[in-house]
Design a protein around this ligand. Structure first.
Ligand code: ZN
Length: 312
């Protein structure tokens, strides 16, 4: 009897604590699965699969360049409070692996979204790119291969279902519908890039589009290595300029969230026009507010690729 009374008292105290902690902005989170993710693709995939059953929060502040992100104590606390913590892979976010190793796995399920995905070696034609990723040099940008993106969706789905099996039906239906859209996107790329005058694209940013190039049979070179830690050498920039001249290219690509300094230099030297390719690691505040999605960013990339590659 005493045990029961103690138990009931404990429950009441717990309820009181929970209710006093919840103020109005948190009220709508009540009862929802709390998911913390590292990068924008995971954010977009998870909110699509989870719908109104899940509250997703993105660890990276909007507009923050993903490779230079370092978690603050507050970020670690957010991950600790989550029901599910999802990261892209250990090459992309080595810091996420250390956060994950400190989490209480009875409370927080940790999901490496890349499980079962296929990896390419980091930047085959870049000079050096082994910084800080255990020396294995795998290219972390797996979401830019849309078959890998589907694998990531499957992994997120199984994490949500494991923590919240009561909504398995909703989550599965949403994930299937989204994977169908990714397959459609893949098909659009395949047909959209199949009749082009050029088969090489050059990039003033870091080596983010190796998966995309590989999937659609294109050649790709970038000024920076996989995570843009070191400045590109003058020899590398000279090589890109020669490639533009040799291949008669009219466009040079630049990336999101950083100054297009190198692309501008190459543009001045060659007369090539600068176009954007969005790596979708993270998005700006404005894009987020304007409702940008992974799919909308990829559609825009396809448009710009078709311009640069002079596709019919
Ligand atoms: Zn990157």
């Amino acid at each position: 009897m005493r045990k029961i009374i103690t138990g009931v008292l404990f429950c009441i105290l717990l309820l009181l604590c929970v209710s006093c902690e919840k103020t109005s902005p948190d009220a709508e989170k009540k009862g929802k699965l709390q998911v913390v993710v590292s990068l924008f693709p995971l954010y977009d995939f998870t909110r699509t699969i989870g719908g109104d059953k899940v509250n997703v929060s993105l660890l990276l502040p909007p507009g923050m360049e993903a490779h230079s992100f370092e978690p603050k104590p507050d970020d670690i606390i957010r991950a600790n409070k989550a029901d599910v913590f999802i990261y892209t892979n250990r090459y992309m976010e080595p810091w996420a692996v250390s956060i994950a190793s400190g989490l209480d796995t009875r409370k927080t399920l940790v999901e490496d979204a890349s499980q079962g995905g296929h990896f390419l070696r980091a930047g085959s034609d870049t000079e050096h790119d082994h910084e800080g990723n255990n020396g294995e040099g795998m290219d972390p940008h797996i979401w830019l291969d849309f078959a890998n993106a589907q694998t990531m969706v499957d992994n997120i789905l199984s994490a949500l279902v494991a923590k919240d099996p009561s909504h398995r039906g909703d989550y599965t239906a949403n994930a299937e519908a989204y994977k169908a859209k990714l397959r459609e996107l893949d098909e659009k790329y395949r047909t959209g890039l199949s009749h082009c005058d050029k088969h090489i694209f050059l990039h003033g940013g870091h080596y983010a589009f190796g998966y995309l190039a590989n999937r659609y049979g294109l050649t790709y070179e970038s000024a920076y290595a996989v995570s843009a830690n070191a400045e590109p050498s003058p020899a590398k920039i000279a090589r890109l300029i020669r490639q533009i001249q040799k291949n008669g290219l009219h466009y040079i690509y630049t990336e999101e969230l950083v100054e297009p300094r190198i692309a501008d230099t190459i543009s001045r030297e060659t007369g090539a026009t600068v176009l954007k390719l969005h790596g979708a690691h993270n998005i700006s505040k404005n894009d987020l507010a304007a409702g940008a999605t992974f799919l909308s960013l990829m559609e825009q990339n396809l448009k710009n690729l078709r311009i640069g590659l002079q596709c019919k």
